[in-house]
Design a protein around this ligand. Structure first.
Ligand code: PLP
Length: 481
């Protein structure tokens, strides 16, 4: 092996494992080695191809039309539907918002109406594109409230959004009601099915109760669904479908205002690797409907067994019965979610901490993969042990003085030096010996104290602290100076 590849392998050993079904966020493992190999080989074969120009690389155009067609069939799209393969869920969401904004050029100050459980990608779209995000609290069942959303809609609204399902709680919003109200006003309705869009149709075929959410629902104008989640494809692909070519048109960008080639793009990227598209195409072709049906049956069985097993852990509860493959867990007062996450990590399982929000408690997030089914019993043993250890340790406490100090600060007025001090005090940055080199910024093994402190901070303060943290992490490794 070349020295570079050997070194990559060495460095990668410190990362979360992407296989084995023990990483319950960020990665989605089919557990099928052949699928994985096919995906990787296709990525490698197309790593140098450029998706910038479909006439120069016609095989990429064909693959995109195949993938969009498969997706359209899966999501009950009418014959008029069109779509685009993007780099991921965020790009699909950004483009849905951008197309909605530019599809209503007469609206001077556009807004979109969102359930407050909507993915943060919509806040990013609001930030990038100057579309006001009108957040509407979800109901007690953690599903969007269609009446409240309709009431928040006005002449400035260019888009209404529902999730199928929401990331944080794993429940499907009442798409029928939300889309009908939007359609009655002639407003676009996007369904964010980035994470559930590849699971729910197969769940329905398996006879599970799935509320309507696809293009079969009147008024749904666009849907995003990620192939690099439950499509089990290599990272870097999502699909954005529009009900008609007219709805998609504002998404396309052309520029002849320079002396080079006329720029013509369907997505935010221009030059883009053909690798992810080829990887997704190859995985889709390998798995096909039958493969996805089997994987969905497996992952839902894993979810059922996890939910049943949690009922036997007194300090833990499922926040809401999941509609799909995402589970949110909350603790009682005897322990805290962040310590449970640390204790799971100590046992070789990655589960994701979610901060408290809108009066709801901090939770533990699970994105269950098909590969997890083989070790569900191990997972439940680890979880019971992790909760027992968290109960023995007691709920993590933040020094009241530190909490009061953080609460007193306005992030907008803080200097870089203030952030240096805060990051050191928070335990996020262990002090870098003054050399500024990022290699001293290894995270502590146990994150519960840090997370508890971040959880107490205001959302604006948490955002500012984490941005400052990322800034300190992202420093070049220089040979000179
Ligand atoms: C993951 C996700 C996104 C964003 O997708 P990325 O691929 O991480 O950019 C958007 N919406 C939902 C519901 C998601 O789960």
């Amino acid at each position: 092996m070349s020295d570079a590849l050997a070194r990559l392998k060495e460095m990668q050993a410190a990362d979360l494992p992407v296989h084995g079904g023990r990483t319950l966020a960020y990665v989605y493992d089919s557990g099928l080695a052949e699928v994985d190999e096919v995906g990787r080989a296709a990525v490698a074969a197309y790593a140098g191809s450029n998706g910038l120009d479909p006439t120069a690389f016609p095989s990429l155009l064909r693959m995109e039309n195949d993938v969009v067609g498969f997706t359209a069939d899966l999501l009950d799209a009418p014959a008029t539907a069109v779509g685009t393969v993007t780099s991921g869920g965020t790009e699909s969401v950004l483009l849905a918002v951008q197309a909605a904004r530019d599809g209503s050029p007469s609206v001077a100050a556009p807004s979109m109406v969102l359930p407050d459980t909507v993915h943060a990608a919509f806040h990013k779209a609001a930030h990038y594109f100057g579309v006001e995000a009108r957040l509407v609290p979800v109901g007690p069942d953690l599903r969007a409230d269609p009446a409240a959303m309709a009431a928040a809609t006005d002449d400035s609204t260019v888009l209404v959004v529902a999730s199928a399902p929401s990331y944080a709680h794993g429940v499907v919003d009442p798409v029928t009601e939300i889309a009908a109200a939007a359609a009655a006003r002639g407003i676009r309705c996007h369904v964010d099915a980035c994470i559930g869009g590849w699971v729910l149709p197969y769940a329905a075929r398996l006879g599970r109760a799935v509320p309507p959410w696809t293009f079969a629902v009147e008024g749904v104008t666009s849907i995003s669904v990620d192939l690099h989640k439950y499509g089990y494809a290599p990272k870097g692909t999502s699909v954005l479908l529009h009900r008609t070519p007219e709805l998609r048109r504002p998404q396309f960008f052309a520029s002849a205002a320079w002396p080079g080639y006329t720029m013509l793009n369907s997505t935010m990227q221009s030059t883009k690797s053909g690798g992810p598209l080829a990887g997704a195409w190859a995985v889709l072709r390998t798995l096909g409907d039958d493969g996805y049906l089997r994987l969905t049956r497996d992952v839902l069985e894993a979810v059922d067994r996890i939910v049943a097993g949690i009922a036997a852990i007194p300090a833990l509860r499922v926040v809401v019965p999941p509609d799909s493959t995402l589970v949110a867990l909350a603790t009682d007062g005897s322990c805290d979610a962040f310590t449970v996450c640390d204790e799971m990590a100590a046992r070789g399982w990655y589960v994701q901490p979610q901060m408290s929000y809108a009066g709801g408690p901090a939770t533990v997030h699970l994105s269950v993969s098909a590969a997890t089914l083989a070790s569900v019993d191990d997972f439940l043993v680890a979880l019971a042990e992790a909760v027992a250890a968290a109960v023995a340790a007691g709920p993590v406490a933040v020094d009241p003085g530190v909490a009061a100090y953080i609460a007193s600060l306005d992030p907008a007025t803080l200097t870089d030096a203030d952030f240096d001090g805060l990051l050191a005090a928070s335990g996020l940055v262990g002090g870098d010996g003054g050399d500024g080199a990022g290699d001293d910024l290894a995270l502590p093994d146990r994150m519960a104290e840090v997370n508890a402190m971040l959880d107490l901070a205001s959302p604006a303060m948490r955002e500012a602290l984490l941005v400052a943290f990322l800034d300190r992490l992202s420093r070049p490794v220089r040979a000179v100076g």
